[in-house]
Design a protein around this ligand. Structure first.
Ligand code: GTP
Ligand code: MG
Length: 183
């Protein structure tokens, strides 16, 4: 390995938010370690993991910038949550994760609550991406359409992307798009 492997130009803190079971921890492990776990094991407290990714500088297309994404993950369940203020402190990006196989009404009610919490605790300039996770279950138990989530996200002027932590589709793209937008 080259001695420069761990060098980076900027460190961005990004937080994962969303209900219990939507796949936050698996998106994190897929992105940082390329690992997926089938068993259900709710996060207790707070964890974080990092990965350095290269992006190109919009102002100078020949320049590559190395960003260390420090991604924080906590429990969707209230009783296991980390201290809210510390979790959001210094966060430049947030991924609001929804599960496309969950109940529609509950999902959107709770998503609005997550955005209110962001509004109350995070920097007003924070970059938000809405994620519809578990796209691999498209033809099975899907209960929320892409259009419905798109509509929800647009109402808040946030972009939307579908991912699967299971097969890995769009996971890197989701994190990368947030990092690029922050930069
Ligand atoms: P909390 O820690 O309780 O807030 O949940 P979480 O949002 O971290 O969810 P977690 O990553 O633990 O995933 C919950 C369950 O969904 C696990 O059984 C995962 O294997 C499964 N899961 C996560 N992502 C996907 C996905 O993209 N596709 C499918 N099919 N299952 C997934
Ligand atoms: Mg978790």
């Amino acid at each position: 390995a080259s001695p420069d492997k761990h060098k980076y130009d900027h460190l961005f803190k990004i937080v994962l938010i969303g209900d219990s079971g939507v796949g936050k921890s698996n998106l994190l492990s897929r992105f940082t370690r390329n690992i997926f776990t089938h068993d259900e094991k709710s996060t207790i407290g707070v964890e974080f993991a990092t990965r350095i990714i290269g992006i190109t500088d919009e102002r100078d297309e020949s320049a590559s910038v190395r960003i260390k994404a420090q991604v924080w993950d906590t429990a969707g369940q209230e009783r296991y949550r980390a201290i809210t203020n510390a979790y959001y402190r210094g966060a430049l990006g947030a991924l609001l994760v929804l599960d496309i196989t969950s109940n529609k009404q509950t999902t959107f009610d709770n998503a609005a609550r997550w955005l209110r919490e962001l509004n109350d605790h995070a920097d007003s300039e924070i970059v938000v991406l809405v994620i519809g996770n578990k796209s691999d279950l498209e033809s099975g138990p899907r209960l929320i359409t892409a259009e419905e989530i798109q509509e929800f996200a647009s109402a808040y002027k946030h972009p939307y992307i579908e991912t699967s932590a299971l097969d890995g589709s769009n996971v890197d793209e989701a994190f990368k798009s947030v990092v690029e937008k922050i930069y």
